[in-house]
Design a binder for this molecule. Structure first.
Ligand code: NDP
Length: 329
């Protein structure tokens, strides 16, 4: 085990957060029954907020940010894991209450770990990351709500982002007609290469929402929230369902009960952080089956640890296409 390793640390003094690159030793880590040599992490929207140093996400200080990690077990007193096991961790309070993935060494609870599926390398698992795993949770929720490809199209908002890109690729592979909503219409070739059948401009869903509008899709994966989600609901066809997973456009939801009581539309809440383990395992199994790895690599860029903080700024500014992997080695 490395006696010194690199990490990012957030401290708080006089209500101001300081984000800095540091060197730590294993004794500085928090308690846990598994120690992981982290080879890769990633940058999700939430990571960008935290790296900006103004986010309420962090609930104890100091904190190592990074909601995801992948690597190899170095030490374990957990019965499910032994040294050499390849593992992945998404959420479970990482970067909120427990030290996260922006650290070359992590000590965590074994109960939070998923064995790396055979289908993926650690780098690919982080190309998926919380964003991709959340996209899969949204697809599973739509399936549970009986939104099948024969029922009609599915719209994906924030389509060129991380959740959106994986949702487009998975839904298209499953045979859905995918409508991709994006503020970056220049990304049309990219979104079509992932499998989108139609691209609509973000502005189409940004106006003041009416209670009901023309029925345009049977389902939705929404990363944006606010007026966008309200407009998505208003255009969801009879008996359809909308998986709400994000707030890139705002935390509010200016809607009415009309889609629910007049069209029987369902609003499905998606939380990845505390999702119980059986559903996590199901999501990873389904990603192994339903996400084309060539599409995954087309949507992913790998950066060194040194570029992580810039990528955090870029994702909050909506400038990241698809997914970013951080090589932690
Ligand atoms: P990204 O930044 O990669 O994607 C978000 C996308 O939303 C952007 O790429 C952009 O897409 C669009 N967007 C950005 N700003 C606005 C805006 N002001 N109005 C409308 N659209 C906008 O982030 P992630 O994919 O990592 O995360 C997406 C959302 O999902 C975030 O809000 C994140 O917090 C949430 N999330 C929630 C999880 C959960 O457990 N519920 C887990 C993971 C993520 P385009 O340019 O194509 O329009």
């Amino acid at each position: 085990m490395k006696s010194r390793f690199k990490a990012i640390l957030i401290t708080k003094q006089d209500n101001a957060q300081k984000v800095e690159d540091v060197e730590l030793s294993p004794a500085d880590l928090m308690d846990g029954d598994v120690t992981v040599a982290v080879s890769h992490s990633t940058v999700n929207y939430k990571d960008g907020l935290v790296l900006g140093g103004r986010s309420p996400v962090v609930r104890r200080f100091p904190m190592i940010p990074g909601i995801d990690l992948a690597g190899v077990v170095e030490e374990s007193s957990h019965p499910g894991f032994k040294p050499g096991d390849k593992v992945v961790l998404n959420g479970y309070g990482l970067s909120e209450t427990h030290y996260g993935g922006y650290s070359q060494l992590a000590r965590v609870k074994g109960d939070w770990l998923v064995k790396l599926p055979d289908a993926f390398t650690a780098e690919q698992a982080m190309a998926i990351g919380t964003a991709g795993y959340t996209a899969m949770l949204a697809v599973l929720a739509l399936e549970d709500a009986h939104v099948t490809p024969d029922r009609g199209a599915v719209v994906v908002t924030g389509a060129a982002g991380g959740v959106g890109s994986v949702a487009v690729a998975v839904l298209a592979k499953l045979g859905y007609r995918v409508i991709a909503s994006t503020g970056r219409t220049e990304e049309e070739p990219y979104l079509k290469s992932l499998g989108a059948a139609e691209i609509i401009p973000r502005a189409d869903l940004a106006s003041d929402p009416k209670p009901l509008a023309k029925e345009r899709w049977a389902g939705a994966v929404d990363s944006v929230g606010s007026k966008t989600l309200a407009n998505v609901l208003a255009s969801t066809s009879y008996g359809g369902a909308v998986a709400a997973c994000g707030l890139a456009g705002g935390m509010d939801l200016p809607t009415s009960v009309a889609p629910f009581i007049l069209r029987g539309v369902s609003l499905l809440g998606i939380d990845s952080v505390q999702m119980p383990m059986p559903r996590r395992l199901q999501a990873w199994e389904r990603l192994a089956r339903d996400l084309d790895v060539s599409k995954l690599s087309a949507m992913t860029r790998t950066i060194p640890f040194a570029d992580l903080r810039q990528a955090g700024q870029d994702i909050v500014a909506g400038q990241i296409r698809g997914r970013v992997v951080v090589d932690m080695r």
